[in-house]
Structures are given as C-alpha cells and as structure tokens.
Design a binder for this molecule. Sequence first.
Ligand SMILES: [Zn+2]
Length: 363
Amino acid sequence: MIDVYWHDDVLEHDTGAGVFEAVASELMAVDEPHPENATRVRNMKAILERGPLSRHIRWRPGRHATRAELELVHEPGYIDEIERVVAAGGGRVTPTTVASPGTLAATTAAVGTTLAALDAILDGETELAYALVRPPGHHAAPAQADGYCFFNSVAIAAEAARRRGVERVAIVDWDVHHGNGTQACFYDRADVLTISLHQAHGAWGPTHPQTGGPDEVGEGAGRGMNVNVNLPFGTGDAGYLAAARRVVGPALDEFGPELVIVAAGQDPSQFDPNGRMCVTMAGFRALGAEARAWGRRHGGRLLAVQEGGYAPSYAAWCVHATIEGMLGLEAQLADPLAYLPDEPDRAEAAIRATLDALAGARA
Ligand SMILES: [Zn+2]
C-alpha cells in the first residue's frame, strides 16, 4: 500500500495563459495554458483513483502549512513579499512564475500536505507516502521564487524532519530541471544530502544563478554534500537508471540517511514540453523501484513529493508508473504513447545505415 496525500486547494493557483510560460503575444491567434496548471494534477489524481493502482492506494487528507512552517527554510521578508503580491491580485513574480488570488491557498496546501505525509511517516503510520501537490517547490530558495515555485516543500520537509530528531536526511530530485532552490537551502549543511539528476540546462538568469554542474559540491561543512548530475539532452531510460545506480545509490550508502525524500518530477518524460530527456513509463517504473530500495536501505521509509511533469496526459501515466515501481509491481498499464523502448545504440545504427547507403550509392 501507498498513502497518497491530497488537498483540493492545490487547484486554486491560477497561472493563466500566454505563450507557453511567457506573457501572451498579439502575434498568436490562441493563448495556451501556462504549463504549470491544475489540469496536470487533476489527471494524476484521476489515473490513481480510476486505474489499476487504486486498490493499492490509501487516500489521506492534506492540510495547510503554518507561517512558522514556511519559515523553516524561507526568510520572513520573502514570505511577506509573496503575500503582498497575492493580496494585490497576483502577477508575475519572475518571468515564468505567476501568482493569482488563490496562490497562497495552493502553496500552503502544497507544503502542508507534504508535511502531513512526512508526519505520518515519522509517526510510524506508513512507510511509503506520496504528496500529490502543486505548484512545485524545488526551485524556490530561502528568499527567491523561481521556475513556477514559491515555497520549497521538500526542503521544508527535510528541515521539519531534522527538527523532529531525524539526524540525516537525503533529498533525491529527478525532476528534469536542476533542484537549485533545494541546493541553496542546504548548501553549507552536512546533515542534509541533496542530489539532483537533471537536463544540462545551466543557469537561467538572476533567479537561477546556479549552473547545476558537478562542481557545485557544497561549501564549508556541506562540502561534498551536494551532488549534481548534468545529464545530456535525450538521455533516456537507460541513462537515468545508470545515474541512479552509479551515483545516487553509492552517495546514499556513503551518507547513511535515516530518511530519504524523493522530489519526483515526471518532466523527464519523452512527451514533456519542458524537457528533452525521453524517459518512458518503463523508466519511471524503474526509478520508482530504485527509490523504494533506497528508502528500505536507509531508515526503511520513503517520502515522495510531486514536482514537475507538464504533459497534460502523459505525466499522469508516468506518475502511475512511478508508483507501480515504488510498490514493486510489474506494469499495470501499458504505455499508450511510448516510442520504441530506449536503445542507446539506435542512433548509431541509423547513422551507420545512412553512411553505408551513401557509400554504396557512390561506389
Ligand atoms: Zn521541472
């Protein structure tokens, strides 16, 4: 069984429409919904309720976070600023991060629902919990919104776990983007190991100055406690699994956390408008299984928190596959959209075929 935590208020955050994540343009005939919208988590919830995993899921209620809980990692002045923007009716906090009148209800529900899942784990009510929340949080630093994120749910959960007496916490982030906010929260700390597998997108301006490169290893007491894997575009299932097994697993074994938290984004999927990494449902199932094994080896428990995943339908199917893996189940649903299974040598074979054909034609 898995406990999935949910709160309806996560739907109240309205990001509007425009040119993908940017403001609307008069050059367009039709504005499209901002990629971080309520539809994505409504579909994730629906497939878990209606699909074959439903009998393995216990639905649990989320809650709102308190101001004091937000302050576990965020600066009071920053929280004030977000509250001011929302009270004024919303607007763009960064070029891609949009607030609306319902944003505080949603963001505090995202953090509080994550903490409800954490508390159930630490109270021994469950060994495996998934906080199905939005907006995502992993780009949010102590005093900086970034990349659709306002408050950092996984970072707050890690800090809350520390305050409850968990000595060492590890966060493993496989969202397609660099977990720069989480990195920033714990960069000089030896008690929270932060690991991010991500597409090599680099820094993207003043809200995201971190590069996500392997040289960002932490500083001071935290030196060696921040791990970045800057994966190339098109990495695919095999590459993600190799990074999970050759980097994440050994780093966790060396650190010895008492609790593992996964920042589970499904935007590495092959159909995500925000990523170019080509992971299929099979890949997410394998990552889910790896995560459960990490949790079993280190404290016996696993908390997963929803981050990105922006393909309106396919992200939901990939959430289903991720949880299948966490539960140790074979595929309960066939992949409705997958291209051929990931075969790293396929491009090489295509290139060779073309070169051979050209050579033959010119011979
Ligand atoms: Zn992402």
